[in-house]
Design a protein around this ligand. Structure first.
Ligand code: NAD
Length: 353
């Protein structure tokens, strides 16, 4: 197949990790006879320095002409003045909004080899493999708010429409069909009207997915279950705020922030793929960045935007095999243990593809 992939390296370790993910995509393309065309464009602080804008028009037009976007990270201390008119994150928010990417997918997997790096007992981590589907463009973070007034009162409003819940619920049920056929919908239906609409709508959408099991869990209980029975989750469907908080809580199960991938999708196959971590200025330029989050994001790109499931699994298996064989970057090695550089670690993955 032929596909155009726009690479947005961004700032800090962004260019280091996207370079590694592109080498994995190129290799899988060669091995399976696909024609992947990579185009690079500016975003974030790097774009501000060159053009004055965190998302130049040229970047947007390159993105519009591609099948998928692979992003590193944006931001850094040199652009962090809160009073500045332009900030690197604006580029990312603008791109999500421009392409109406309403579903954020974050898989969280526990690797037995990395159990030492998590706060949980090793037996609780067995078979932990879940996918968060978080609503990304509605809810509390986008509802009407009041911050000024007399200074004594402030409010944020959670607003959801049936259409908004329906479309993200469909993403969750469809994802569950490719996995272990279970969706856990998180809400607070016992207290909030918006969450009663959420639950009602999820139940209705479920009628089209009778082959998938559906459970409802209240958000407060969910925070406990993620730690006490993490292996029981398959797909976790949550609102913008609940998904934000719960996916961060669950990320500790993976052993390092550097391990976690994500995808942001809309109503077509087009998507934005990026690691969960930021630009890590403290380790930038030192070859210490863990490229796994970005490489697994590239695997999601193969799966969701290009429909190449076998290729996606091949990448995921190569990552697991490298870890199982003891390959480590600095963030996941035991104290005093030798570790590989970002490029050396990627080579271990390439060797196993
Ligand atoms: P961060 O995720 O960049 O780093 C947090 C810690 O995790 C650091 O100690 C870092 O060294 C480590 N880390 C992160 N990724 C790693 C990797 N791949 N391998 C090894 N270690 C890794 O978060 P931060 O320090 O709070 O933010 C730094 C900058 O990144 C800020 O400007 C912030 O705004 C930005 N940021 C961007 C995004 C994004 O682009 N999506 C997300 C979060 C933060």
């Amino acid at each position: 197949m032929k596909a155009t992939i726009t690479v947005l390296p961004g700032d800090g370790i962004g260019p280091e990790v996207t370079t590694q993910a592109v080498s994995v995509l190129s290799r899988i393309g060669t091995l399976r006879h696909h024609d992947f065309i990579f185009r690079e464009a500016l975003i974030g602080g790097a774009a501000i320095d060159r053009t004055g804008s965190p998302l130049p028009d040229e970047t947007l037009s390159i993105c519009e002409q591609s099948d998928a976007l692979l992003l590193g990270a944006v931001g850094g201390p040199q652009w962090s003045d809160p009073t500045a008119g332009v900030r690197p994150e604006q580029g990312l928010l603008k791109i999500r909004k421009h392409f109406n990417l309403f579903a954020n997918l974050r898989p969280v997997k526990a690797y037995p080899a990395l159990a030492l790096h998590t706060p949980l007992r090793a037996d609780l981590l067995e078979n932990v493999d879940m996918l968060f589907v978080r609503e990304l463009t509605g809810g509390l973070y986008f509802g009407p708010r009041q911050e000024q007034g007399d200074g004594d009162t402030a409010y944020d409003t959670e607003v959801y429409t049936v259409a908004e819940v329906e479309r993200v619920a469909r993403v969750a049920f469809q994802a569950a069909r490719r996995r272990r056929q279970k969706v856990t919908s998180v809400d607070k239906a016992n207290v909030l009207a918006s969450m009663r609409l959420w639950r009602r709508t999820v139940v209705k959408v479920h009628e089209d997915y009778a082959d998938v099991a559906l459970e409802h869990v209240l958000v407060d209980a969910c925070t406990m279950y993620l730690m006490t029975r993490p292996a029981s989750f398959d797909v976790v469907l949550a609102s913008n705020m609940f998904g934000d908080i719960l996916s961060d809580e669950a990320s500790v199960l993976a052993g390092s922030l550097g391990m976690l991938p994500s995808a942001s999708l809309g109503s077509s196959t087009f998507g934005l793929y990026e690691p969960v971590h930021g630009s890590a200025p403290d380790i930038a330029g030192q070859g210490k960045a863990n490229p796994v989050g970005t490489i697994l994001s590239a695997a999601m790109l193969l799966r969701y935007s290009l429909g190449l499931e076998a290729e996606a699994q091949a990448v995921e298996r190569a990552v697991e095999a490298a870890l199982a064989d003891g390959a480590r970057t600095a963030d996941i090695c035991a104290r005093g243990e030798a570790y590989l550089s970002t490029a050396e670690f990627t080579q271990e993955i390439l060797n196993r593809l």
